[in-house]
Write a protein that binds this ligand. Structure first.
Ligand code: NG1
Ligand code: ZN
Length: 530
């Protein structure tokens, strides 16, 4: 490596244009796009070292997900397609913040501390979303990778889950699938067709869905699935990339505002989907005959999936442990339903998919979703083996075999590497079809408690620290007692506060039994925080 070149690039073309501290947060670095160039260059440098440590290909995705167009971000993807290990988040933050003149010495420190074999041929897989700032930022990352002599595969514009998928497939020599975007579409489409058979409708289920693509990169993926699956499902798309990214549309907007996105045709009872700006989140919704909005969020998707798997496991008589993972943002109605009615074990972990993913891996089949619609299902290799064997086992009854077979075909629809809006959507569609349900039937299983999420701007959001999977705060002193006091006045009341990892705000979540109280509860807690 020519470190004088690295130094010159760091001091000139990619010099730091920002004095404040930039932190690797819940989903990597995320902030205004115009102060990120040096971060991307440095992350290009760092992925090479990460690849040499893991002796595997590492991913680098440029996106700011559901944030406005002016923002951007970058996250690194570890070999299995999972989020970067947390000790390296600290390393990434350190490298991103040193002075330009210290970039080379910091790299050398990292090499020494991590005992890195720099002769290993590194490889880095890059992807980006459709933001106008994403191309120049990806060029900065490419320069970083090249300056460190890393091999590079630039997949251009892809969804976040596609990038995770390609990284995983690359490192497992194709065992999970072909490591290309075409391979991704083909695997999932084929599995969906196998799982549903030929017909489009079943009882109350109508094989037609409309999708708000948030004017993001997901629109490209929706269009491709629409083409490949036209004979089994009818997909209508809007907010398809021609409008402003994430503006009054997308999964985050619909979930938080609890209203339909802009450009929704607003026909009553039509099953509708909103995905986010990089297509890793999904929520369902519909408006009823009285024009009332109904949201079916990540909690509801998780429950639909878990209930279906439970039924198939019982039918196939397979002894596999099914579990569900949520965060504190999961609606209390959903948690009660899972543990009391469904009787599936449920765990609660801190916000951020990496926490959910890790916890879910403890089960044979782990279903995890954030309420905002970010989630997937992970299977232990041994569980996949057991299911596949049972599907072909002549000594089982035909009913058992059929159930195992259904499970087996469902596995391949799922992008296990990370939450994937479109693979999740196809999973929901095939379950609804199997059950012959429309959204009204799906919604019937339990009632969501009325809830509100608000943001509070404070001087220093990190003054708030939390415990118990973020459900209680430790500092500032006295705040938790105040919250307890407020919450106690509301039947079925629950509220918690935590600093956001992606925005400079404190998030306040509140839920309670009566819709007319929830606004007030959220406001009172917000005042306590302020
Ligand atoms: P923060 O900003 O830390 O709350 C948000 C979401 C997370 C996750 C990340 C990454 C909520 C309450 N928080 O994190 O679930 O999706 O963004 O996109 O939805
Ligand atoms: Zn996203």
């Amino acid at each position: 490596v020519d470190y004088s070149l690295v130094e010159s690039l760091a001091k000139n073309q990619h010099r730091k244009a920002y004095d404040g501290v930039i932190q690797y947060g819940t989903a990597g670095f995320r902030t205004k796009a115009d102060i990120l160039d040096h971060v991307l260059f440095r992350m290009g440098l760092l992925t090479v070292l990460r690849s040499q440590v893991k002796k595997a290909a590492i991913g680098l995705m440029i996106t700011a997900s559901h944030n406005p167009e002016a923002d951007n971000g970058v996250k690194l993807v570890d070999p299995n397609g999972e989020m970067l290990e947390s000790s390296w988040e600290t390393i990434a933050t350190r490298l991103a913040n040193v002075q330009d003149s210290q970039v080379v010495s910091t790299l050398q420190e990292i090499i020494k501390e991590q005992n890195i074999d720099t002769s290993y041929p590194a490889s880095v897989i890059i992807g980006r979303d459709t933001r106008s700032s994403s191309l120049p930022l990806s060029q900065a990352a490419v320069e970083g990778v090249k300056a460190m002599n890393g091999n590079l595969k630039d997949f251009g514009v892809v969804t976040t889950p596609q990038l995770h998928y390609v990284v995983h497939c690359t490192n497992t020599n194709g065992a999970y699938g072909v490591p290309t975007v075409e391979g991704y579409y083909e695997k999932i489409s084929k599995a969906f067709k196998t799982a549903v058979g030929g017909k489009k409708d079943n009882d109350k289920y109508i094989g037609k869905v409309q999708i708000d693509a948030a004017n993001g990169v997901g629109a490209l993926a929706v269009k491709e699935f629409k083409k490949q699956l036209s004979d089994v499902i009818d997909i209508q798309i809007y907010n398809d990339g021609n409008g402003q990214l994430n503006h009054m549309c997308g999964a985050d907007y619909v979930k938080i505002q609890q209203i339909p996105p802009v450009n929704d045709p607003l026909k009553p009872l039509v099953r509708s989907v909103s995905i986010d700006g990089d297509a890793d989140r999904i929520v369902y919704y519909y408006t009823d005959e009285n024009n009332k909005f109904h949201l079916l969020d990540g909690d509801r998707i998780a429950i639909l999936v878990a209930a279906h798997f439970k039924e198939l496991l019982e039918k196939s008589n397979l002894d596999l442990q099914l579990g569900l993972v949520q965060t504190a943002y999961a609606n209390g109605g959903s948690t009660a339903y899972i543990s009391e009615t469904l009787k599936v074990p449920v765990a609660c972990v801190p916000t951020g998919v990496k926490h959910l993913h890790h916890k879910a891996l403890e089960f044979d089949i782990g279903v995890y979703f954030e309420a905002n619609g970010h989630g997937t299902i992970v299977f232990k290799d041994s569980a996949v083996q057991i299911i596949r064997t049972a599907a072909d086992n002549p000594s089982l009854s035909e009913n058992q075999r059929t159930a195992a077979h259904t499970l087996s075909s469902i596995i391949d629809v799922i992008n296990q590497t990370v939450g994937d809006a479109l693979s999740d959507m196809l999973l929901v569609e095939l379950i609804l079809r199997a059950k012959g349900w429309d959204t009204v039937a799906w919604e019937k299983s339990y009632r969501d408690l009325p809830n509100r999420q608000v943001k509070v701007k404070v001087q220093d959001r990190n003054a708030i620290t939390t415990t118990d999977a973020e459900r209680r705060c430790v500092t500032p002193m006295g705040l938790q007692e105040k919250i307890d006091e407020i919450v106690a006045k509301y039947p079925k009341g629950r509220s918690f506060v935590r600093p956001s990892g992606t925005e400079d705000v404190v998030r306040v979540y509140a839920e309670c039994d009566r819709i007319e109280d929830v606004e007030k509860l959220a406001a009172q807690v917000s005042i306590a925080v302020f």
